[in-house]
Each structure stands twice: as C-alpha cells, then as structure tokens.
Design a protein around this ligand. Structure first.
Ligand code: G6P
Length: 611
C-alpha cells in the first residue's frame, strides 16, 4: 500500500525522501508528497501522479535536514493533489503521513467540525492530523503526547510519521497494523514502511511492533507503548539485503529481473536445508514443532493472491505426501467465517510481504483459537514472521515487481521441503522421498532451460497480444498453475483472463469459446494427460485457439494445439515449478508489447496492508 518515509539527520531531507519514495513506489503509486522543515517552517509539496512528477516540482533550494514523505494508494478519496499526503492540521504547523485506514474518521470529523475545525480533503488521514492538532493546542501537550492520545481514540490501522514546526528536532512514528522500520545510522535516522530505502544508509534497523510509538531525533530515539506510555526495549537487527537486490541491474523491468532470478532463488530456498546424499530435509524454523504439526487433525493453509495459489499446491502436496487433511482458504474468508478451529489444528500462512492485512488477521484469529500458527514468509522482520509460533523463510530476496514471480516459486520450493520433511517423519517410503529430492537437486538446470525460452515466448506474445480474453485450464497440480497464469496476465496486461479446472470448462466457460478465444492448456504428461487431450479436442471443435504448455512430445497434442511451449520434464509433483515460468514470461512479454507499466500496474499494490 502506501509508502512512508521520514528522515532526521545531516543530509538534505528532500533528497533522501525522494530517493526513498522511488524505492517505495512499488507499494502504491497514485500520488506523492513531502514536507520539509526549513527556517522553522514546514514546506509541503505534493502532487497527483508518480514520484518523478513530485521530483520535478520540489525546489532545489529546499535543504532542510528533517522531513517526511509519502506515496499514496488511494482508499478514502480519489487520487488528487489535495488528497495526497502529507496532510496538515488546522494550524498548519503539524504534518502527517499515513498508511492504513482510520475507521471512525466520520465520527471524529463530526466532532472536530463542531469544535470549529475545517477540512480540505476527503481523507481519513486529514481527520487524524486535525485531531492531533486539536489536542496539541490544549496547552502544555507535546507532539508525542498529542499523537499518543489521539491514537488511543482512533479505531483502525495505521503506520504514521508526524512532525511539527514547534518541535523542529522531532519525528513521531507509530504503528498499528501497518509496518514501520527505523534505520539507525550515525547521526541520522530513517523511518520507512519497509527496509528497501534504508539499506544505502545503514544495516542497523528496529522494526516497530504493533501498538508502539517512536520519538525520533537525529541521533537518538525512544520507543513507548501507545496504550500506557511505558518505555519499550528496542531490539536492533542487521538487515540481510544488498543494494543490487533492489536495483534493476540492467534489466528493463524488476519483474523480468525477478523471473530470471528464479534460477538462483529456487535453489536458494533449499540452501542448507537438504542433505541430498542422505535424502533428508532439515528445517530449523519448525524443528521444535514437527510433532505438533504431525499431530494436527487438520492443517489450514491461508493466504491471498499469488500466495493463495501456492497454498493450493501446498494443500495437494501435504495431503498426497503426508496424509493429513488440509483446507486451503483465502485469508479474507478464513478471518470472518465461522471456521472450526482449535488447538487440534495448524494454520499455515503464506505471504511474500508478511504484512498482508487479511493474512495477518487470519493468523491472529488462529492464535486466539489455540491453533499452532506457522508462517511461510519472504520478508524477515515482518508481522507474520514475528507473530507466528514457527515458520520457514523462503529467502527469495526483495521482490519489487508488483506481480509476484520469484516469491511464488520459492514458496512452492519451501512447501515441497515442508511436505517432504513431514512425510519423512510420518514414515513415508524413503525411496519415494529420495526420488523427489534427487529431482529437486537438479531443478536449477531445468529452470535455466525454461528461462532460455523467453525469446520464443516473446514471438508467441506477439501473436496473442491483441486478444481481449484468455482462458487458462489445468488439472491436478496444474490447476493452481492455470489460476496463477491467468492472474499474472490480467494483473499486468489488463487482458481479461480466467483460470479453471480443465474439466469444469464444460460447465460454463465453453460457452465463450470461438476463434477469438485463446485457451492456454497445461498439458503435462501426468495421470490426467489423456483427459486434457479430450478437453483440447472440445476446444478445437469450437474453433478455439490452443496454446499448450507441456513436458511431453506427443503427436496428438502436436496436431491439435496451435502452439506448444515445451518445457523439460521432472518429477510430476515438481512440475508446477517449471510450468509456471512460461506463463510468467508470456504475461510479461504481452504486457510489454501492449505498453503496460509492468512493474506498477494500475490500481494494484505490492503489499496490501488494508483489508
Ligand atoms: C498483492 C500483490 C500480489 C500478492 C498478494 C499477497 O495483491 O499484488 O502479488 O500475491 O498481494 O501478498 P503477500 O505479500 O501476502 O504474498
């Protein structure tokens, strides 16, 4: 969602903030703004549009050393200059940036209006800063007091940074539900909604916990609990991230870079976790919980978006290899449904960012019900990583492209490892486990072979780029891959695409098929290959166009399909790792050919911290 930046130190705050906002732009991007304190006055510049639009209007003579900055993903009020952050209180002395939603903003707005406060924007954020300003005006109240008091009244979620002309050395940052991290440098402190803008200044970070507030000066900070104002001990950590990981490194887009990185990230997800010669998996993050996991009556897998597709595959894997019943549910459904959940269950949350609001809420609900909670997360230090009982990091490195690619295949790799480990413990035949591990050991080479198909897929993308609708079909383990292929295409190319279990085509989507409807069919040589061939016959009988993804050389398929993307074969269970890559490349190339902004597709955000 929104990107948050705060800076207090010795550099030009505007420069640090703008650079940081560029790095955060992937989180949300419909408007941007900064406030800088200079000559005892707040200078606020904001605009609808991208950070580069903001950069163009920030005066070069603005050289103050303390400030806040924001990129917005609109929730309340359309993207506009007025609705952009920072917002000011009525006196104009206090500026605030906010990620999240203030749910009781209407009641607060009414109360403040009765008190004579006026508003310029439609945002919930302006209500919050107006309220802070209202409290600050009540003699003797410091900025941090006013912020803390206001936050004990508001209902909702927030990551905020606030500053005030009358306290020119202070930034106040606070969080509830929206991530904030402090970068602690030498005589400078950077606040951000994630670590990417911090790495070029310092590796030393403190992740703010929910319900915590930081009072920040250039060379010191203190943490307090919002509810009772008691000091909180800060735990400083070292960032495990490099600048190269967060730059494009010569690639035209982050998404393409991240697709290509899978040759490394998939093996990285296994590094140090598998003894291939002994045929054994070892996952330190769940070692103490293996017995409880195996003792679960049910395992729930919950996630959103692409991570939910990984969860679907994880569910198939656990049932097939371990034999424990699994339910896979969107986190947004799980959290509100009357689900039957207790200490007899395990709830696994899958999340790249570790901050997705619904997934986090699902974990909290599971925790309250006494279930064992487990995270499969990329972002170390994120809320889900911290709030789960145990978990396994996927170690994919920062993912900047909004459409998830390398995180998905790393999630799958970790799900394989978890399933194999539990299968081992559950007494599954070691021979079968070894067969899968042997294939996993060499998977990097096969991934490289698929990535080498990029140019050929670009040619196909040229043939299909003008289509208005796509259907993606798959069976078994290839069904979630069909869903993921369709999601990738619609996210970044804005072409309508639907994924379906191949057999379900007859129950509806077949009505759409004609010569204008391309159907991407996952036709791998598993137990359902013949059935998939029959589905292709049905499509061809209605003059539909078939693009088949297969690991087989099959004369019938070659005769039927209009186009074939041939991938290397591997163990049937591991095929999703291979077959998803051509779908990522197809979506990418089609979107680029259509001139779409693939790294920042319209209306989307990388990290969805509001529900
Ligand atoms: C957003 C992103 C998707 C992602 C989903 C879940 O919708 O655009 O790429 O799959 O959130 O995010 P998570 O960080 O929980 O995996």
């Amino acid at each position: 969602m929104c990107g948050i930046m705060g800076y207090s130190g010795y550099r030009s705050a505007a420069e640090v903030l703008i650079k940081g906002l560029h790095r955060l732009e992937y989180r949300g991007y419909d408007s941007a703004g900064i406030s800088i304190l200079e000559d005892k006055r707040l200078h606020t510049i904001k605009t609808c549009g991208k950070v580069k639009d903001l950069e163009g209007i920030v005066p070069s003579e603005l050289t103050g050393h303390i400030g806040i900055g924001h990129t917005r993903w609109a929730t309340h009020g359309e993207p506009s200059d007025t609705n952009a952050h920072p917002h000011h209180d009525n006196s104009g002395k206090i500026a605030l940036i906010h990620n999240g939603i203030i749910e009781n903003h209407s009641a607060l707005r009414r109360y403040l209006a009765e008190e004579g406060v006026t508003f310029k924007s439609e945002t919930d954020t302006e209500v919050l800063v107006a309220y802070i300003g209202h409290l600050y005006g009540q003699g003797g109240v410091t900025l941090s007091d006013a912020v803390r008091r206001a936050l004990t009244t508001v209902v909702g979620t927030y990551g905020i940074v606030v500053m005030c002309e009358d306290e020119p050395d202070t930034l106040v940052a606070a969080r509830l539900g929206s991530p904030l991290v402090l970068g602690i440098g030498d005589n400078e402190i950077i606040v951000s909604s994630d670590a990417t803008p911090i790495i070029e200044y310092t590796r030393n970070v403190v992740y703010l916990g929910d319900g915590e507030m930081a009072v920040i000066h250039a060379s010191s900070y203190e943490l307090v609990s919002i509810s009772d104002n008691l000091p909180v001990r800060a735990s400083e950590q070292q960032l495990d991230m490099t600048i190269e990981q967060i730059e494009k490194g010569g690639y035209p887009h982050f998404m393409f870079k991240e697709i290509m990185e899978q040759v490394v990230t998939i093996p990285d997800a296994m590094r140090g976790r598998v003894d291939f010669s002994a045929g054994k998996v070892n996952l330190g993050g769940i070692r103490d919980w293996e017995a409880s996991l195996l003792d679960s009556d049910w395992i729930y897998l919950t996630a959103c978006g692409t991570s939910w597709h990984a969860a679907l595959i994880g569910g198939y894997l656990i049932e097939e290899l371990v034999g424990i019943p699994v339910k896979v549910e969107h986190a947004s459904e799980f959290r509100y449904r009357q689900s039957i959940i207790s200490d007899r269950h395990t709830v696994m949350a899958i999340s790249q960012s570790g901050e997705t609001a619904d997934t986090l809420a699902a974990i909290r609900k599971a925790h309250e019900a006494g279930a064992l909670t487990m995270g499969i997360v990329n972002a170390v230090g994120s809320s889900i990583a911290r709030e789960t009982d145990c978990g396994v990091f996927i170690h994919a490195g920062p993912e900047i492209g909004v459409a998830s690619t390398k995180a998905f295949t790393s999630q799958l790799t970790v799900l394989f490892l978890i399933s194999l480990l539990l299968a081992q413990r559950a007494g599954k035949s070691q021979q079968e486990i070894r067969a899968i591990l042997e294939e996993l050991e060499g998977i990097g080479n096969k991934v490289a072979e698929v990535l080498a198909l990029s140019d050929a897929i670009l040619v196909l993308a040229g043939e299909y780029q003008a289509c208005h609708n796509f259907l993606y079909l798959g069976r078994g383990f290839q069904y979630p891959i069909a869903l993921e292929g369709a999601l990738k295409l619609k996210e970044i190319s804005y072409i309508h695409a639907e994924g379906y279990p191949a057999a379900e085509m007859k129950h509806g989507p077949i009505a759409l098929i004609d010569e204008n409807m391309p159907v991407v069919v996952m036709a791998v040589k598993d137990g359902t290959f013949e059935k998939v061939l029959s589905n292709i016959q049905e499509i061809k009988a209605r003059r539909g166009k078939v693009l088949a993804i297969t690991d087989a050389r099959d004369p019938e398929l070659e005769e039927l399909a209009d186009h074939i993307i041939q991938v290397p074969t591997t163990h049937e269970l591991l095929l999703p790792l291979i077959t998803v890559i051509p779908l990522q490349l197809l979506a990418y190339h089609i979107a680029v050919l259509r001139g779409c902004p693939v790294d920042q597709p319209r209306n989307l955000a990388k990290s969805v911290t509001v529900e």
